[in-house]
Write a protein that binds this ligand. Structure first.
Ligand SMILES: NC(=O)C1=CN([C@@H]2O[C@H](COP(=O)(O)OP(=O)(O)OC[C@H]3O[C@@H](n4cnc5c(N)ncnc54)[C@H](OP(=O)(O)O)[C@@H]3O)[C@@H](O)[C@H]2O)C=CC1
Ligand SMILES: O=C(O)[C@H](O)COP(=O)(O)O
Length: 496
């Protein structure tokens, strides 16, 4: 159970502690931040509201710890990561329990997130050993005017202190997707978990603590992003920021100093359906892509762009599947569970009302109880409706009927987002042309958008992000190249 057994150390009364210098601590602020259970809408957990002084101390410790960690053999770093991964997977149940209570993730998906996170950490350890174990050797005589008098040796070196800020919807997985690459590459890591999801993240961090990482190497400071976020992201001790979330990331990018940034932000992933598509496959993917975790995924299908000639059939197929979705509590492993907060539910409702006023066809009755919103398919959505462009982050999916492929591509590219998209057709040549024309970081052919498997590159164009994630890319991003050049007095040519 959460906060008990091996996790008892992380709890003080009813407030979870923060993690610094290898210890679980109470904040000197004496203040706590409440985490509201989206289902009961009552306080479920409390975490420390860390102070700026505490953040300063964490940054100092992170800087010191990084210096000796960078000198720890790569195989030892990997060994510790494997150990943390095993401990995390062993304790999947209490961590998953927190995900259910804090962010209303359906019970089975919550376990999947924890197991996937353990696998990510292990894979990252393996990948790091391979990538970081290799450098480059260059010789000077390939560039005009040079003889072979210079040997250049390059290797990948750590950046220093990496600040990781994940969003509420994957507070464990999107935290380890930053922690593991940072650590294997020889960096230290400061985590600021999302408030909704903080306790899941603290349990995950304790698994790293139990694995025996050096003191100060990993820290986790809690508190509202609106209160300590700017102080963290503009802190001079931070050498890299890896952020996943919404528009906050755009603001951070403008404020952060001259440091590498990895930003994975929102999306309005389009699903383009051609006349020759397998409509059963499309309907199944629209359900999975649009409604899993109640649409609260950056990679959710967020607008369907279907050719008019097949739209009626497709909408009927999707409607039939929507009717089978179970709606209710995450503990009961329902398909549709309450969205993360009342303000999120209100925002979604605003989009629905706007669509109603402007004449969208409601395929189901709109129904809401607290934060629980029943799945809703909106047909005949037009570009003047907010839902055509805005990201609901909820179980409401608009369908726009199109008369040409160009119209679909145009709608997709007119969005300020460019995360992923998908196209359904049996004509692979057409699919490639459409994929090339879509201004998104990834296009899936005949499947719904998805970030995983976690080693695949994952990136957004336009307002959807900066840089590329995925295990391999994150390791590269969290390192710098260092060169050492050996200058010879006379040209030397290696002979066989
Ligand atoms: N592209 C991708 O990979 C993903 C994108 N998203 C996007 O994220 C959004 C939903 O997630 P959500 O968690 O609500 O996103 P937010 O941007 O609101 O929050 C993300 C994180 O930023 C923190 N934060 C808030 N304010 C600041 C600040 N001023 N400085 C630094 N950090 C701050 C939050 O902390 P706190 O909770 O305390 O406010 C949280 O940890 C959606 O738009 C979605 O599309 C989500 C998942 C993946
Ligand atoms: O935060 C998100 O929404 C994720 O990055 C999506 O991950 P998934 O596609 O693997 O669910």
């Amino acid at each position: 159970m959460a906060g008990t057994g091996v996790f008892a150390d992380i709890l003080d009364g009813d407030v979870y502690k923060y993690y610094a210098d290898g210890e679980w601590k109470k904040s000197s602020s004496g203040k706590a931040v409440a985490i509201i259970n989206p289902t009961t809408r009552k306080t479920q957990y409390k975490v420390q509201a860390c102070t700026q002084v505490e953040v300063n101390k964490v940054m100092e410790s992170a800087k010191t710890a990084q210096k000796s960690w960078a000198k720890t053999p790569l195989w030892k770093r990997a060994e510790l990561l494997h150990k943390a991964a095993a401990i995390l997977k062993e304790h999947r149940a209490p961590v998953a329990e927190c995900l259910v209570k804090e962010i209303a993730k359906p019970a089975k998906d919550a376990v999947t997130e924890v197991v996937r996170s353990g696998d990510l950490v292990s894979y990252c350890a393996e990948e790091g050993v391979r990538i970081l174990g290799e450098g480059k050797f260059l010789v000077s005589d390939s560039f005009p005017g040079n003889e072979r008098t210079k040997y250049c040796l390059t290797s990948k070196i750590p950046l220093g202190v990496v600040l990781a800020i994940p969003p509420f919807n994957y507070p464990v997985n999107l935290a380890v997707s930053k922690i593991a690459p940072a650590l294997i590459a020889g960096n230290s890591l400061v985590l600021k978990p999302p408030t909704q999801g903080a306790v899941s993240a603290l349990h995950m961090v304790h698994c790293f603590h139990l694995a025996g990482f050096p003191k100060g190497l990993i820290s986790c400071v809690t508190g509202k992003g609106s209160e300590i976020g700017d102080f963290l992201t503009m802190h001079p001790g931070v050498n890299c920021i890896s952020f996943t979330g919404g528009d906050t990331g755009i603001a951070i990018s403008k404020k952060a100093g001259m440091i590498p940034l990895q930003m994975e932000l929102g999306g309005k992933d389009a699903c383009i359906v051609l006349e020759d598509a397998d409509l059963d496959l499309v309907a199944a993917n629209i359900i999975k892509g649009g409604f899993s975790y109640s649409g609260q995924r950056c990679t959710a299908v967020k607008v369907v762009l279907v050719m008019e000639s097949v739209a009626d059939v497709l909408v009927e197929k999707v409607k039939a599947k929507v009717a089978k979705l179970t709606v209710g509590a995450p503990e009961d492993d329902c398909d549709i569970t309450p969205v993360v907060s009342e303000s999120s539910a209100n925002f979604i409702e605003g989009l629905v009302k706007d669509a109603k006023e402007k004449g969208a066809t409601f395929c189901q009755l709109y129904k809401r109880d607290g934060n629980l919103i029943w799945p809703l398919l909106l047909d005949n959505v037009r570009p003047d409706m907010r839902i055509a462009w805005e990201e609901p982050f909820g179980p409401v999916l608009p369908v726009i009927r199109i008369n040409s492929i160009e119209e679909g591509i145009h709608h997709c590219n007119a969005s300020n987002f460019g995360l992923q998209g998908c196209v359904f057709t049996k004509d692979v040549n057409k699919a490639i042309l459409i994929s090339d024309a879509m201004e998104t970081g990834t296009v899936q052919i005949n499947s719904a958008p998805a970030r995983g498997p976690d080693h695949f590159p994952f990136q957004g164009l336009k307002d959807s992000g900066i840089g590329s994630q995925g295990i391999t890319n994150s390791i590269h991003m969290m390192t710098k190249i260092k060169s050492t050049v050996i200058n010879l007095p006379t040209p030397s040519y290696t002979m066989g």
